[in-house]
Design a protein around this ligand. Structure first.
Ligand SMILES: *Cc1c(COP(=O)(O)O)cnc(C)c1O
Length: 375
């Protein structure tokens, strides 16, 4: 069997969720879109069910997958329906839907649901991607709040630059959101992971952590965060071949690395088809048999090569770890070394087997705030 695998620690996922909710001070949507950022949405949802107040996904296909797997908690479509045909499904599966564009507002107005719908009305507070303009938002908020077809309304918006701790744009967006919701007495939702971790002054009733659930830091690494996140994924594989490389010989495609002195090279079953970054530079950290060493040569589709010169005891079958929790390199450190983000790194993981470490029993009791979520 190919040894490449992602080991997923569901207890760490629970702890990160509980931290996010504590920082938010209210309720928290666990954002598990994109197959839980590469961690497996159904497994992650099962680990968080009974703890999480709701789940957030990008589209109805992701939402249906969770319901069909037996997840009964509320599931929010973060971008709303992408076609008006989805409204009967939203109704039938009791999904919560964002309404983030004028066409969605109009389609909703024409639709008669069997049971009142739960709507998250989105304001464009400055990101200029989704969301209604402040005028449209104010009208729609009033209209939905008095519409008997609508069971409840949450006012939401999204931050564009919360990962930039030296930018004042988040504060500008906060002011726009606050002005637009001043007369609204229902719940609000604003904070993503960087807002929860970096902007304690920005508050909302419902927070929407994504990346931080998986233990990755949304900020550049020179801005360390004061909270302990537990990386959830450990990516690992094994050495499948070893060779000696004479001085002056190069390894792999494009001869991107030439041995300056005689070297010992390990070939590892991990490549860009698994989601390991193709553009990882020479020197990217890897850990072999518990010892830190480095990637050398270009990453290929199914394999990559590492320096074993100083690890004479390592050989075929040696364990290789690419990221995990400290002292291993973290996903955020590898992402930074490869010129990508923790988001893209984790979401990109595919093909590798996923093995899950079950959470310890009664995680909810580790956090007093969780008790009420369990009723
Ligand atoms: C993806 C997403 C989130 C989660 O963002 P993170 O930065 O991963 O915490 C929150 N809200 C919305 C609307 C999203 O699309």
């Amino acid at each position: 069997m190919r040894p490449a695998r992602a080991l997923i620690d569901l207890g760490a996922l629970q702890d990160n969720y509980l931290l996010a909710r504590r920082l938010g001070g209210g309720k928290a949507v666990a954002v598990i879109k994109a197959d839980a950022y590469g961690h497996g949405a159904v497994h992650c949802a099962r680990a968080l069910e009974g703890i999480a107040d709701a789940f957030g996904v990008a589209c109805i296909e992701e939402a249906i997958e969770l319901r069909e797997a037996g997840i009964s908690a509320p599931i929010l479509l973060l971008e709303g329906f992408l076609d008006a045909d989805e409204l009967p499904l939203i109704d039938r599966y009791a999904f919560w839907t964002a309404v983030a564009s004028p066409w969605q507002r109009d389609a909703l107005a024409r639709y008669t649901p069997a049971a009142p719908l739960h709507v998250w009305l989105k304001l464009d507070s400055g990101m200029h991607r989704l969301g209604l303009s402040p005028d449209d938002f104010a009208r729609a908020l009033q209209q939905l709040s008095s519409d008997p077809k609508i069971g409840s309304v949450v006012a939401m918006s999204h931050l564009a630059r919360a990962d930039e701790l030296d930018s004042d744009f988040s504060e500008t967006q906060r002011q726009v959101f606050e002005a637009a919701t001043r007369d609204f007495t229902g719940p609000t939702s604003f904070n993503n992971s960087p807002a929860l971790l970096g902007w304690p002054g920005i508050r909302s009733d419902w927070v929407r952590p994504g990346l931080m659930l998986y233990g990755a830091n949304p900020f550049p690494l020179d801005a360390p965060i004061p909270h302990v996140l537990r990386p959830v994924m450990q990516l690992e594989s094994k050495v499948i071949a070893v060779r000696d490389l004479p001085a002056g010989e190069a390894v792999g495609y494009g001869a991107r690395f030439t041995a300056p002195v005689p070297m010992r090279i390990g070939v590892v079953a991990m490549g860009y088809a698994d989601g390991y970054p193709q553009l990882a530079p020479n020197g990217t950290p890897v850990v072999v048999d518990g010892v830190a060493t480095r990637l050398i040569g270009r990453v290929s589709m199914d394999m990559l090569t590492v320096d074993l010169t100083d690890l004479p005891q390592a050989g075929v079958g040696s364990a290789v770890v690419f990221w995990g929790h400290q002292p291993l390199p973290t996903p955020s450190q590898i992402a930074q070394a490869c010129g990508t983000s923790g988001y893209a790194l984790l979401c990109g993981i595919k093909r590798v087997r996923r093995d899950y470490i079950a959470a310890p029993a009664a995680a909810a009791t580790r956090d007093p705030a969780a008790a009420h979520a369990l009723g």
